[in-house]
Design a protein around this ligand. Sequence first.
Ligand code: C5P
Length: 277
Amino acid sequence: MEHRRTPGMLTLVSPAKVNLFLRILGKRADGYHELASLFQAIDLFDTLHFSLAKEDTLTCSDPTLSCDHTNLVIKALNLFRRKSGLQFCMKLHLEKRIPTQAGLGGGSGNAATTLWALNALHNFKFSENELQTWSSEIGSDIPFFFSHGTAYCTGRGEKVRDLPKLTLSPLSLFKPPEGVSTPEVYKALNLQLCAKIDPEKLLEDFYSGDPFFLNDLEEPAFRLLPLLRHYKTSLLEKGCSFAVMSGSGSSFLSVGASSSNLRKSVRRAVGSWYEEV
Ligand code: C5P
């Protein structure tokens, strides 16, 4: 993932992820949900520029994104300094391409990339395993980004089992203009309405060439934002062979949208940003 390296400076790409399936298994005493999900990194990415500096600054190509302590890049910087005991400041710039509130893990990937970069700038003082463990303190999806790209994640998402590369047809991603908030989607979840399928069986089916795409967070997301159900129906009506939401939404992944006519009609129906990954 490394682009270019000069002393004290680094430019890295920070990929997005999709959830090929996402099962919610129950609610935990700490308020989080126990999940089981097949995560896949995709070739849609942000770019992050790092340089050692006299004071901390974060700038972003997307002016709507906050660049203060709430940004996961700053949270990762503060986490690395706290864990390592090292004192330094950074000038950071984020070129954003991954849509936010999309269920594509853009912010989580940015945090993982930041931890990796800071460690690289300090001569790889810490192992990737250490960075991965630390990262779970600031977000459940961040540890996945230390995997090799395909992983089965359990617990609240932070237990990562690396898996062999999957052979899948190219996926199409649709991001409706509307976004949804992850905590709100989890709050709206009714566990009684979740699928009953054993996630280990779903995993087996993906590797035996009979994938079944499923997401237990669709139902609460659709209840919060009914337009999302309409988008899913439109994708199917326009000829996509399946359409499933990624993470807590609002983007959908699909196959079978590769003809340009279909893409145009889907774009008209969903009014959405489209990318093939
Ligand atoms: O861990 P992260 O900060 O990404 O989670 C955001 C929110 O999503 C949490 O505050 C929680 O409301 C919800 N969540 C959950 N169960 C998970 C992951 C996230 O309830 N496994």
